[in-house]
Design a protein around this ligand. Structure first.
Ligand SMILES: Nc1ncnc2c1ncn2[C@@H]1O[C@H](COP(=O)(O)OP(=O)(O)OP(=O)(O)O)[C@@H](O)[C@H]1O
Length: 460
């Protein structure tokens, strides 16, 4: 039988007790240390990792009030509050031993002991020790991941008037427990904003759990959100907590809430009202304590009118509504996004000296960003990767530029102001060539750089 890799320290002033305990434990565990003087505890603990301490309650001959044992128990727990301490005590001192457990001991063994009971107590103590170690590692991993994740999302950029209005609401609502529904087109930053609310909330130390209802298949919704019991359906190989449970003391962000099937909408409504969830296959109700945020780009109010989305659920989730404007409606933010993402990707791809040309900035400013912030982020990332000169040029982008003002306007004019006519010609040429700057420049008889200069001049 191979021995278990664990270190057990036995402390007793009776050498016979030490010897027989050591002989017994040595058969099962790799390291068994004995010590007859509890004053050596500090020395031993500081030199090696001890898994379990078996501690006698009385040391001076003639004393059996257990005070010394209690003293050394407290002493050990002061050094390491998670140490597994098992007390050894004579039959008459059981009350004392029970008291010691209240003070943090793991269990006690009666002297003279039964070998079986001694071994099973040690085994149970070691199991707890290993579980605690795993929990510590998981906690550490979790904290690291949370920090990494926060870094990934970085600061919230945007000082435009429209974003100031948004941030004003964020500031007011973050510190409350109100349900918040975040609206906006794809890529406007709904998840980013939800994380910002979480960061500023009372739950900021807890987890931020993102559930993308748009990417879950219909038969997984319920089990993902509320969890399941082992065996409750074919693929339920083990007990699994739902996302509401995992978000305990943090925030749960239900993204693409419009995708929730109608039968689960009533279930979610009940969960929000009762603040309790029930795992599939169980009847136990589990209360949860998490801030809930929602987001969608679906026209929920219209869906309510069409009977696709429950009105009572909409009323529950939109205590406060925040609409993030599309990027084309806040062009003042574009330059900040350019600088921000440029810094991020220059660092990521190790190109600290990379610059961006004026023409390239102008090209980015002229685009109307149907994919919003995500599109500008990817455009800049791509250009940083692709650029092999020291400067990003418009040709490093793959943009189709359609000036907002050109659409639908005819080339006729009754105004002969040369600048206005030139602006209209430039807009029309770009529109004609579907945003292809090279072709538009050729048609206008200009170089690409000259066309970009004009676009900048006319703020196109
Ligand atoms: N104000 C902002 N400041 C910094 N980065 C932002 C901002 N808004 C969005 N982003 C970034 O843009 C990308 C898209 O944002 P996010 O995923 O939050 O958008 P979304 O509206 O939730 O998208 P979808 O509707 O597709 O789920 C992310 O990488 C995000 O970090």
């Amino acid at each position: 039988m191979s021995k278990i890799n664990a270190t057990i320290l036995i402390i007793d002033d009776d050498e016979d007790v030490l010897l027989s305990a050591k002989l017994l434990l040595k058969k099962h565990y790799l390291n068994v240390i004995t010590q007859n003087n509890p004053r050596e505890i500090n020395q031993i603990i500081s030199k090696q990792k001890i898994d379990i301490i078996v501690l006698d309650m009385n040391y001076r001959i003639g004393y059996n009030d257990g005070k010394e044992g209690m003293y050394w128990l407290n002493h050990i727990l002061n050094i390491d509050s998670r140490m597994i301490v098992i007390l050894m005590t004579a039959y008459g001192e059981v009350r004392l031993a029970v008291n010691a457990i209240k003070n943090g001991a793991f269990d006690f063994i009666l002297k003279p002991w039964s070998n079986e009971k001694f071994l099973s107590t040690i085994r149970a103590g070691l199991e707890l020790k290993r579980t605690n170690e795993k929990i510590d590692i998981l906690k550490q991993t979790n904290e690291t991941l949370l920090i990494e994740n926060d870094k990934k999302f970085g600061p919230l950029i945007g000082k435009s008037k429209a974003m100031n209005v948004v941030m004003d609401v964020v500031e007011r609502v973050s510190v409350t427990d109100a349900n918040v529904l975040i609206l906006g087109e794809n890529g406007t930053g709904k998840q980013h904003l939800a994380r910002e609310i979480h960061k500023r909330s009372k739950q900021s130390k807890g987890p931020f759990i993102h559930v993308d209802l748009g990417s879950l298949s219909e038969n997984l919704f319920e089990s993902e959100l509320f969890g399941h019991k082992k065996g409750s359906f074919t693929d339920a190989y083990e007990d699994k907590p739902g996302r509401f449970e995992i978000a305990e003391n943090g925030t749960i962000f239900l993204d693409e809430i419009g995708n929730l099937p109608i039968n689960l909408q009533s279930k979610l409504l009940a969960v929000l009202q009762e603040r309790k969830t029930t795992r599939i296959g169980e009847s136990i109700e589990r209360p949860f304590n998490a801030r809930i945020l929602f987001a969608t780009n679906a026209p929920l109010k219209q869906w309510v009118a069409e009977g696709i989305f429950r009105q009572d659920l909409l009323f529950r989730i939109n205590t406060v509504e925040i609409e993030i404007p599309p990027l084309r409606d806040r062009p003042e933010d574009i330059l900040d996004f350019i600088n921000h993402f440029l810094n991020v990707y220059k660092t990521k791809y190790n190109k600290p000296n990379l610059k961006i040309s004026k023409e390239a900035i102008q090209a980015l400013k002229s685009h109307n960003w149907p994919g919003n912030v995500r599109e500008i982020q990817h455009t800049i990332e791509r250009s940083v990767i692709m650029s092999d000169s020291g400067q990003i040029m418009p040709s490093d982008f793959n943009l189709t530029i359609i000036p907002k003002s050109a659409k639908g306007r005819s080339l006729e004019f009754d105004n002969f102001n040369i600048q206005e006519v030139e602006k209209l010609l430039v807009e029309k040429a770009i529109e004609k060539h579907d945003g292809n700057i090279s072709k538009a420049a050729k048609e206008l008889g200009l170089t690409r750089a000259a066309l970009y200069r004009r676009m900048e001049k006319y703020d196109l």
